[in-house]
Each structure stands twice: as C-alpha cells, then as structure tokens.
Design a protein around this ligand. Structure first.
Ligand code: DUR
Length: 236
C-alpha cells in the first residue's frame, strides 16, 4: 500500500487546506489531507476560537469531512505547518485518527511514513468498550450504505468456514423495493448462531429472511410475515 500512496499529492492538498486555516490567536496554520480507502482525499484546516481551549485541529476537519462525504477509513494522512513541512498530529488527534483509520494508517513525517501503531502504541479503542459492553458500540452499517438503511432484504443462511458450521448473511438491495436492480450491498461476517446474523440484519432493514440448510425460508423481519414467506423464524 505504501508504494501506491501519492504522498506529494497528499502533501499538496494539505498545504492548500492550511491556507484556509483560521488562526488569529496562535498564528500557526495547519492543514491536513487524508487518503480514504476508496481513493477520496479529504482535507481540513485548524479553526481557533476566542475561547482558546475549543480549538479545532486540522485533523478534526479531516475526520468530519471523511464522514460528511461518505465515510470510509483513512489509509494515509499528511499534516503540514505554515511552511508546508510535515507536522506530527497532536495526542488528541492521534486518538481520532486511530478510530477512523487504525493501526496501519500511515502518517507522513519528516523522515518516513509512520504507522499509527507507532504514534499511538497501546491505544485505547472501541474494542475496549466492546470487551465490556456486549453489543457492538459502533453502528454496524457502513456509512457508504447509510442511504440504504430500511431498504432491501437481509438473507441469513448457514455456511461452512474451515470445516465449521457457521451462519452468515448478506444484504440484498432488490427484494422488497420496486424498480431497484439486483445486487448485494454488503456481505456479513460469520457467526455461530443464526440469531446473531438476524441482529445484523435488523440493523439494516426490517426485511430479514432466514434460509435454512434445506432452503426453507423463514421470516425474521418486522411485522407480519409476507404471503410469500409465511413461516416465522422462531430463533435458533
Ligand atoms: O496536530 C495538530 C497540532 C496543532 N494544531 C493546531 C491547533 C492550534 O490551532 C495550533 C497551535 O497549537 O495548531 C493542529 O491543527 N493539529
């Protein structure tokens, strides 16, 4: 991945963003540009405030722009100071970048790109919450699919992984929506129970269908079972 990153382009985008910084107090403009896993480049600049402590770092802008333009993960980031030279993200921003990129995200430095795992070793993250709170704490629907929420159908079915019986699911866009072409929106992970797969489905659409090993369909969605799938899933 490192070879594919156009660092000069990323640095140029960060430098351009830096020129828009609002820094009447520190006079220290910062710009940042993040490469997203789908190829987008999202930028931000620092924005200060008369209440000094509420300053927004350039990286905050990057993260906001990441979400507002469709989400995804930041794979590489360049942050620059007024001279256009790489600036290391502050501690708080490292935490933000950790959640929106992760340990493998690369950060430009004056020497070589550094992995987030190097910048924030032993990081606190969402896994620490999930270790205590049973349910996933981060919304499970990827942002790029947010507009599909409530539409389509999730099909839950058994599968075999490494010789183990598991359950999996996929979110299909056509079913239940007139005039929408066929196509899988998202493949689910695997679970040991069908109910976990149904929960994954419920986060996406009210239409959830379990297809058991014999190919029999059961309605596991909201409301009355539709005529074509009269049997209701009783749980696994
Ligand atoms: O990673 C950093 C470090 C600092 N700043 C900003 C905050 C403030 O406006 C100015 C001086 O700290 O630089 C950033 O935008 N990103």
């Amino acid at each position: 991945m490192t070879e594919q990153i156009d660092w000069p382009r990323l640095r140029a985008a960060a430098t351009e963003a830096m020129r828009h910084a609002y820094v009447p107090y520190s006079k220290f403009p910062v710009g940042a540009a993040g490469l997203v896993d789908d190829g987008r480049v999202v930028v931000g600049c620092n924005v200060e405030n008369a209440a000094y402590g509420v300053v927004l770092c350039a990286e905050c802008g990057v993260v906001s722009s990441l979400h507002v333009t469709g989400g995804g993960r930041i794979v590489a980031l360049s942050c620059v100071d007024a001279t256009g030279e790489p600036l290391m993200p502050c501690g708080r921003c490292r935490q933000l970048l950790w959640e929106n990129g992760g340990p493998d995200t690369l950060i430009e430095s004056r020497t070589r790109p550094l992995r987030m795992a190097e910048l924030l070793p032993h990081a606190f993250g969402v896994e620490d919450l999930e270790a205590i709170v049973a349910d996933p704490v981060v919304p499970t629907v990827p942002e790029r699919l947010a507009a599909w929420r409530g539409r389509g159908t999730v099909f839950v079915h058994p599968d075999v992984t490494d010789g183990r019986q598991v359950w999996t699911a996929y979110w299909e866009r056509s079913a239940g929506d007139e005039g929408v072409g066929a196509g899988v929106l998202e493949e689910g992970p695997t679970w040991s129970t069908a109910d976990e797969a149904v929960t994954w489905g419920e986060a996406r659409t009210p239409r959830v269908v379990v297809v058991d090993a014999d190919g029999t369909m059961f309605w596991a969605g909201e409301g009355e079972a539709p005529a074509e799938i009269p049997r209701r899933w009783a749980g696994s």
